[in-house]
Unconditional design. Structure first.
Length: 66
């Protein structure tokens, strides 16, 4: 019936909106990662928390006053 079709259209529109929003966020992350890479850095999103912790520990142990 007409109400079911309207509800289906509303749900589809919401899903489309969420998908477009996620696409925009993903595109921004990729652009930031490319910018970081062009400057010789790794975007933090692509680093595991374990790697960040181990790197911080290594800096603390090897760099005075850190």
């Amino acid at each position: 019936d007409i109400f079911n079709k309207r509800d289906t259209l509303q749900v589809a529109t919401q899903i489309l909106g969420q998908t477009v929003t996620q696409y925009n966020l993903d595109t921004e992350i990729i652009a930031d990662a490319i910018l970081s890479a062009s400057q010789g850095a790794i975007h933090p999103l692509f680093l595991s928390s374990d790697l960040i912790y181990k790197s911080a520990e290594l800096v603390r142990e090897t760099v005075p006053d850190s």
